[in-house]
Design a protein around this ligand. Structure first.
Ligand code: DQA
Length: 138
């Protein structure tokens, strides 16, 4: 199966950024560990701080890949464009968040992704991504 993890703004700073919330492991290190853990999967990772680049990537993979694991980070709560892209594509999207966004500020309680996601996994730290990968393994 061909899966891609798409990470939005500031997630390139994982391991350095608000480590009390997001932990101290870099995404590169984490990604290496899950690639090893799921040798039968074709796993890719893409990160951008730019809203339009995230939309371009969703469109690019959204008619060919078997699954998309999307952490749109702050754009989750603001981007109608990313929400529309998730709706427009055929590949199922699992929305992921590292933190439990519902235990945080009110502005994090809204998501433009959720209505069109196949499912949502949040609050389990980096393990949220792994649980999302597992959801694509039949
Ligand atoms: C996040 C939660 C968002 O509210 C926040 O803007 C992020 C990361 C998470 O993974 O917990 O950047 O998506």
């Amino acid at each position: 199966k061909k899966l891609i993890i798409i990470n939005g703004p500031n997630l390139n700073l994982l391991g350095k950024r608000e480590t009390n919330i997001y932990g101290n492991m870099s995404f590169t290190d984490f990604f290496e560990s899950i690639v090893k853990k799921f040798p039968d999967l074709h796993l890719e990772h893409f990160q951008s701080n730019i809203e339009g680049e995230l939309i371009d990537k969703l469109q690019e993979v959204g008619f060919g890949y078997d699954g998309i694991i999307l952490n749109a980070a702050a754009y989750t709560h603001t981007s109608i464009g990313i929400g529309d892209a998730v709706k427009a594509i055929e590949t199922p999207v699992v929305e992921v968040h590292i933190s439990n966004t519902f235990s945080r500020e009110d502005f994090r309680h809204q998501s433009f992704i959720s209505p069109n996601a196949q499912g949502i996994i949040l609050g389990f730290g980096l393990q949220s991504y792994e649980l999302a990968i597992q959801s694509f393994i039949a």
